[in-house]
Design a binder for this molecule. Structure first.
Ligand code: NAD
Length: 460
C-alpha cells in the first residue's frame, strides 16, 4: 500500500528531531545500522530472491552478483574505514594564518531522501543508504513502485532491522514522490532516468537542496582493431544480457570495424549458446522485462535494423531474446534513447578515431567500454572520451571495486558514490580554522602603512 502524503511533514519532523538530538552521531550507532543492512539481506535471503524473481525473473546468481554482494562489500568497506573517514582532515595553514591550524571536518547533512530505480531495486536503494548512514544522516527511502514485490518487501523489512527513529521507507508512485519532493530534505539522492532527474532537481531547487543524480544514457562499447574478439564477445554479451539488458551501465551499442563485424557476430552467437543454450527465451538463467509497458517500448525497437541474432519475444511472459541488430541508422529510434533492454545494435566505424567521433557527437555516457590490445588506443580513448566510468577489456566489472567512485557526467548524472566517494558525497565537508592567540601579528589591521603593505606582500 502506498504511503499517505499527509504523513510526510510529521515523518520529516520526527527524523529531524532525532537527528538534532544527536541519535546518528555515534560511530557505534552507525556501525550497528550498517551491519543491520547486511543482516537484513542475509536473514531474508530467500524472500529477497523470491521478490526479485517475481519482479524481474532474476536468477539467484544475479541476485548475488547484481544486488546483494555489492551491499555486503560496501558495508564491510564502510565499517572498516568509518573512523578514518569521519576524522578531521588536517590541511596546511599558510603564514598569513599563523599561529593557527586548519582542518576539514566531515559532518552529516541531516535527512537524506533516497529515491531508487526498479532495475536493481535492492542495490540501488540500499547502496546509497550505506554512505548516508556512515556519514551520520537520517534517511527516507523511496523504493521504485515499478518493482512491486521488492518495494513491498523493503517496506516490511527495513523497519524490522533499522532504527525507525532514523530510517523510514515511503512507498509510492509519481503522486507520492511528487509530494515527498515538496518536503525539505538536506540532500536528495536520485537514481533513474534523466527526464525524471530534471523533475527532481527542479523540486530540490525550491529548497536549495543539493542533489546527487545517478542517471543513464547510451553506454558505447568499442572493439578496436586487433582486439581479442572472442573474449570481447563473451564479456560484452554477458554485460548486455545480465538483467536482460536492464542495467544502467550495460553496453548500449557496439562500434566495430567492418572487417571484424561478422567475426564478432559469430563469437556472440557462440557465447550466447554457451551461456543460455538453444532456448534463450525459456532459459531460467535469463531475466524477464520488468513489465508490459517496458516490453511494449522495447518490442518495436527490434525493427530498427536487420536481426542477425535472436529477435523472438514471448509476450505473455514479457521476455525478449538477446537480439543483435546490424544496419541500424544512427538517427533511428534505437540510437536516440537508451535501450535498457536486451537489444544490441552493432554499428560499423572505420577506425578508433571514427568511433571516438561517434561517441563525442552524443551525450556523455555513464560508462564506456573499449576492447583493445593496444596501449596507444587505450591512451587515446581514455583521453578523448568523457564518461562516468571507463572499463577496458571488460564490461560492468569496475562495480566490484569499492575504491572506484561511481557516477555519471553531464547527461548521465552528477555526483559519485561507493566507498569514500559516497561518504564524502553525503557529508558536508566543513572547513574549520582555529587561530592561536599569541603572538598577534598586526599587519592586517588598520591603520595601514607602507611597512605593513610590504610585510603583507611577504606573508601572503
Ligand atoms: P523508475 O521508473 O523506477 O523511476 C525511478 C524513481 O523515480 C522511482 O522511484 C519513481 O517512483 C520516481 N519517479 C518516476 N517518475 C517520477 C516523477 N514524475 N516525479 C517524481 N518521481 C518520479 O526508473 P526509470 O526512470 O525507468 O529508471 C531507468 C533509468 O534509470 C535508466 O535511464 C537507467 O539508465 C537509469 N539508472 C541509472 C542508474 C545509475 O546508477 N546511474 C541505475 C539504474 C538505473
Amino acid at each position: 500500500m502506498f504511503s499517505d502524503p499527509d504523513t510526510f511533514p510529521d515523518m520529516l519532523a520526527e527524523l529531524r528531531d532525532h537527528f538534532d538530538r544527536g541519535l546518528t552521531r555515534s560511530l557505534q550507532w552507525r556501525r550497528e545500522q550498517l551491519s543491520a543492512i547486511s543482516r537484513m539481506l542475509e536473514e531474508n535471503e530467500a524472500r529477497v530472491s523470491d521478490a526479485l524473481a517475481e519482479d524481474l525473473g532474476k536468477p539467484q546468481q544475479e541476485v548475488l552478483l547484481g544486488e546483494t554482494a555489492l551491499i555486503f562489500s560496501e558495508v564491510e568497506h564502510a565499517r572498516k574505514r568509518l573512523k578514518r573517514w569521519t576524522k578531521a582532515r588536517r590541511v596546511p595553514t599558510p603564514m598569513v594564518g599563523k599561529p593557527g591550524r586548519s582542518w576539514v571536518q566531515p559532518e552529516p547533512f541531516g535527512v537524506v531522501l533516497i529515491i531508487g530505480a526498479w532495475n536493481y531495486p535492492i542495490q540501488l536503494l540500499l547502496s546509497p543508504l550505506i554512505p548516508a548512514i556512515a556519514a551520520g544522516n537520517c534517511a527516507v527511502l523511496k523504493p521504485s513502485e515499478v518493482a512491486v514485490a521488492t518495494s513491498k518487501l523493503l517496506a516490511e523489512l527495513v523497519p524490522q532491522y533499522l532504527d525507525e527513529r532514523a530510517v523510514r521507507v515511503v512507498e509510492g508512485a509519481v503522486e507520492e514522490t511528487t509530494e515527498l519532493l515538496k518536503q525539505r530534505f538536506d540532500h536528495i539522492f536520485y537514481t533513474g532516468s534523466s527526464a525524471v532527474g530534471k523533475i527532481v532537481m527542479r523540486a530540490a531547487a525550491e529548497h536549495l537542496t543539493p542533489v546527487t543524480l545517478e542517471l543513464g544514457g547510451k553506454s558505447p562499447c568499442v572493439i578496436d582493431a586487433g582486439a581479442d574478439i572472442e573474449s570481447a564477445a563473451r564479456r560484452l554479451i554477458w554485460g548486455k544480457c545480465l538483467n536482460a539488458g536492464q542495467t544502467c551501465i550495460a553496453p548500449d551499442y557496439v562500434l566495430v570495424r567492418p572487417a571484424d563485424r561478422d567475426r564478432l557476430i559469430g563469437a556472440i552467437e557462440h557465447e550466447l549458446f554457451e551461456m543460455y543454450g538453444a532456448d534463450r527465451l525459456g532459459s531460467s538463467d535469463y531475466c524477464k522485462i520488468i513489465n508490459r509497458r517496458h516490453f511494449d517500448r522495447l518490442r518495436p525497437l527490434i525493427d530498427s535494423g536487420r536481426v542477425v541474432i535472436g529477435g523472438r519475444v514471448d509476450e505473455t511472459r514479457c521476455r525478449i531474446e538477446p537480439t543483435v541488430l546490424t544496419e541500424v541508422a544512427p538517427d533511428s529510434a534505437l540510437m536516440q534513447e537508451e535501450i535498457f533492454g536486451p537489444i544490441l545494435p552493432i554499428m560499423e566505424v572505420d577506425d578508433l578515431e571514427a568511433a571516438i567521433a561517434f561517441i563525442r557527437e552524443r551525450e556523455k555516457p555513464l560508462s564506456a567500454y573499449l576492447f583493445t590490445r593496444s596501449g596507444e588506443s587505450e591512451r587515446r580513448f581514455s583521453e578523448a572520451v568523457s564518461t562516468g566510468n571507463l572499463c577496458i577489456n571488460d564490461t560492468l566489472m569496475f562495480m566490484s571495486v569499492p575504491e572506484l567512485p561511481f557516477g555519471g557526467v553531464g547527461n548521465s548524472g552528477m555526483g559519485q558514490y561507493h566507498g569514500k566517494a559516497g561518504f564524502d558525497r553525503l557529508s558536508h565537508l566543513k572547513a574549520v580554522m582555529k587561530r592561536g592567540l599569541f603572538p598577534e601579528i598586526p599587519v592586517r589591521f588598520p591603520p595601514y602603512s607602507k611597512l605593513k603593505m610590504r610585510l603583507l606582500k611577504w606573508v601572503s
